[in-house]
Write a protein that binds this ligand. Structure first.
Ligand code: SAH
Length: 354
């Protein structure tokens, strides 16, 4: 018996069907039963594995990319080095190790992590091992200073809403009850602003997704970058414009029914990068770039060769497989994309173009 399922069923019986956003937020972040709030889901033993957990090269190249942005912008002597959704803290630990040799970078950096899960905060504190970590629940409280930020697989975890185009207009996909069990249904026709413009590229029966928390977060990050300088690297799976139902659950590395085990499976949706880029204005954004192309441009092959020299046997095999996994179009190379944000008057982050 899932405590969260009972809680959701009681909530729906009382108040009526809930949005996907309410459902996702409860499943991922409920303080007692939420997926991220209660566990460390990463790695082979967990439900999924992310780029920084596959190879240290990912974080190293991201770190050098951010440090280059910092130098290109005149190496401001105090800045926020920030990460949204740091997971196990591996990416930030790799960023810090790779940038140790960048003169003045560590002395100027103040560490800011956006993380709601107390379990993951504790793991991050251990892994990153710096006394000055400031944790935030949301990006809104990030300091007013230049900000160099990375977000890997953060935005796909933020709660989405779905709308289906029908003969009567847009109707929201809701989660209600059928025979006492959680089930999808459709709400009454609605005329939310923002949906009208999607009449051009959709047909009846199509589903579109919106993610207000993602847009609000990027608006804050974009505003900081525009006002104080800095850069953001956003890596995730998704595309320039979302179309269709991308809501999915992963449990034990396999796709699962998102309604089957609330709080026990990871829930995600593809990121609509066009919506993020628009929200970042007045900060400038780069072209959306395949992760494989981005990492190749930053020199992952040279780095992989250098690391390979000290490896042999199974370790070498794993290292070669990790390189392929991050960059190969058949693996994470094109499914994952990178969007850069930067001040209008600055050069774009290395590896990305306008
Ligand atoms: N970036 C990491 C982890 C990705 S998983 C990696 O690449 O391995 C998503 C991360 O975002 C987790 O750390 C999760 O706890 C955090 N998270 C999810 N929703 C959040 C929210 N609304 N606010 C802050 N952190 C959130």
């Amino acid at each position: 018996m899932s405590g969260l399922r009972d809680h959701l069923i009681a909530r729906i019986s009382e108040g009526g069907p809930i949005t996907l956003a309410d459902y996702m937020a409860a499943c991922l972040m409920h303080p007692e039963h939420g997926y991220y709030a209660t566990r460390d889901p990463f790695g082979a033993a967990g439900d999924f594995i992310t780029a920084p957990e596959i190879s240290q090269m990912f974080g190293e190249l991201i770190g050098l990319c951010l440090a280059q942005c910092w130098m290109d912008q005149g190496a401001p002597d105090a800045f926020a080095l920030a990460e949204a959704g740091p997971g196990r803290g591996t990416l930030m630990a790799d960023i810090l190790r790779a940038t140790r040799g960048v003169r003045g970078f560590h002395a100027a950096a103040q560490l800011h992590l956006i993380e709601t899960s107390p379990t993951l905060r504790a793991i991050q504190r251990d892994k990153i091992a710096r006394p000055d970590i400031a944790f935030h629940d949301r990006v809104d409280t990030l300091p007013e200073m230049p900000i160099y930020l990375v977000a890997n697989e953060f935005f796909d975890a933020l709660p989405i809403r779905q709308f289906e185009r029908t003969g009567e207009g847009w109707r929201e996909r809701l989660i209600g009850l059928q025979k006492g069990e959680l089930a999808f249904g459709l709400g009454a026709p609605t005329a939310l602003p923002g949906l009208t413009e999607r009449l051009d590229d959709t047909r009846p029966g199509d589903v579109i997704e919106t993610c207000a928390p993602a847009e609000a977060s990027v608006a804050v990050i974009g505003e900081r970058i525009h006002t104080h300088g800095g850069a953001a690297l956003i890596a995730d799976y998704g595309d320039w414009r979302s179309l269709g139902d991308t809501f999915q659950a992963l449990e034990g590395h396999a796709p699962a029914d998102p309604l089957a085990n609330p709080g026990k499976a990871d829930l995600t949706a593809h990121v609509d990068f066009e919506a993020l880029a628009k929200s970042a204005s007045p900060a400038a954004h780069t072209r959306l770039t395949a992760q494989g192309v981005f990492l190749e441009r930053l020199g992952i092959t040279q780095r992989a060769q250098a690391l390979a020299r000290s490896l042999s046997g199974a370790a070498l095999e794993n290292h070669i497989a990790a390189h392929r996994r991050l960059t190969d179009p058949a693996e994470m190379g094109t499914l994952f994309k990178v969007l850069g944000l930067y001040p209008r008057n600055a050069t774009p982050p290395p590896g990305l173009e306008t």
